[in-house]
Structures are given as C-alpha cells and as structure tokens.
Design a protein around this ligand. Sequence first.
Ligand SMILES: [Fe+2]
Ligand SMILES: [Fe+2]
Length: 325
Amino acid sequence: MAQRSVNELNKALEERFHNADGIKIIAWMSDIHIHTDAGYENDISFYQHDVDSRRQFALALHEIHSLRPTPELLVLGGDLTDYGRPEELQTVNHILRNRSWSIPTIPLFGNHDNQSPPIHPELMAIWPEIRHADWPEINDPNELYYSVTKSGLKFIILDTQQVNSYKMPQRQKEWLEAELQEMGPNIIILCHRHQLPVGNWVDEESIFRDREVWEMIDRTPNVLGIFSGHVHAARLWQFRRKLYGTFPAVAYGIGDNTGWGGIVLQGDRIAAVFKKDLYGESCDMNSGLHTQAGHFRFMDAEIFQNHVLCNPCYWPWESDPSKRD
Ligand SMILES: [Fe+2]
Ligand SMILES: [Fe+2]
C-alpha cells in the first residue's frame, strides 16, 4: 500500500512533466529523531512511547526509493537523532546502509544532533567511521557546514544550531558570504531551522532569524530557494524572488502529517515542490495517533508579503520601506 501511494505521485509527475523526461528530483527527509531502545532516563519524550522512529525512517526510505524518476539526491535534513547520541547516529547509519540503493545523501545537523557546541566528542569520533564517501569531513569542531555541486546546482549546507540566540557564529557566516560571492551555478540553501514563520509554536521557540544572514542570501540573485525541516510541518513561501520551503517530519508532525518531500528541477530551475505523507500509522503532537492514506500534494507557493505571518515586528523593512536601514 505504501508503494501504491507513491505510484499516485509518480503518475502525477508523469502527467505534469510530460513523462517526467528531463526532470530531476531532490528528495528531502528530516526530523527522523531516531532513538534506541535503552539508555534514556526520565527525560523520555512523549513520542518515544508512541512512535517507532526506526520503522518510520525505513518506511520513508522505502517510499523515496519507489519514486520515479529515482531522486538524484536525498537530503537528510537534520534532527536525524533524538539526543545527538553516537548510538543514535550509528542506528541511522545502519538503517541507511542496510538497503540496496545508491541515492547519494546530503546530511545536515539539526538542533537535536548538535545540541550544545562543540559537537559531541563521541559523535566526532564515530564520524570518520560512519561517513559515506560523499559526506564531508567535519572541519569545524563546533558546526557542520559545507557545499557540494551536483545535478548542475550548488547546494550550500548550513548548521543552524540553537545557540547564541538567533545569530550564526562568525566563522560560518564568513564562509557563507564567500560561498555566495563565488561565481557559479544556481544555488539551493539547505538548513535545518526555518527562516520564515510557518504558524506553529516552533516559530516562537526557535525560528532562525539572523538578519545579516537573511540579507546576505536575499541579495544573492542566483539563490533559488532555502529549504528546511525543524517545524515538523510543510509550508512554501515566495518571498522577494526566492522560495522558502519547510517539509514535514518523518517521526511526528506538529499540526501536520508525517512525511517527506521533494524539489523538482528542470534544468537549473525549480519547477515544483511537493510533500508526500507517509502511508499508515502516524503521530501528530497536537492531535495524537492516527492513520494516513499516504497522499501527496504539489505545494503552491504563498506570497509571504501578503500574509499575516509577515509580522512587522520581525520584518519592519518589508511593511514600512522607510525603516529599511
Ligand atoms: Fe525535529
Ligand atoms: Fe529541530
């Protein structure tokens, strides 16, 4: 049945893109929150009782592998682990390697993976052993950020860890500026935490809102879009010529179903963005356990400037041009 639910998406891609000739798909899955069976004390999270995150992850991999055309890349968009423990990352790696497939992956750290820099020494210690051939080495003991050029695009991977209030550390910021200034192909930015609000409580808790970083990205004409996880919900904004997308979570939703997503490329442009619900049992933090049919939808971009979430307290230079400094 999970396979059948992906077939509906495959059919829609075929119809929309004329037999899907010439399109490429970048698949996204995040917020897997892998936990293991033992070793947790009293701080066990609500979903650890209700959700088998290993099953959810394996199901998401199965569904993504059934997609046609086969994705060029799979972004592992952060919160891969629940507590950033080495045994959790080992489990992620074990499930990934236990499958006979060859889709290259791009890993990101989320706030659950890199909770309190520096990166956990035990996690640093196992990285060389679990690292896939196309994964980067960790060059900065505090953060995982890097860029890769694949499928005719440059992907810039940021570490939007939850420290220093909402500010990106200077070293990563300088690196990002140099990456953005380099002449080259169109760019897609991948980061765990979202830059524009989506309307659930995660906005208040931990939106990534470093204005300097936002402006750096905004003024770079060949950045097509910024894609994130973290909010456990899907939303797509168009804001000043760029797309800002968030994808659903694999482990549990927050006012949304569990699922994964995809960015459809035609040449070096983004032609569509979609989300796909996982088939079967699911958990929503707001409404509890339920069963999903595994539907998909193409996400139509909403215009951020026209929306009530374009809050002038956060975005004064948008609502009143005289406040632009
Ligand atoms: Fe998460
Ligand atoms: Fe997160």
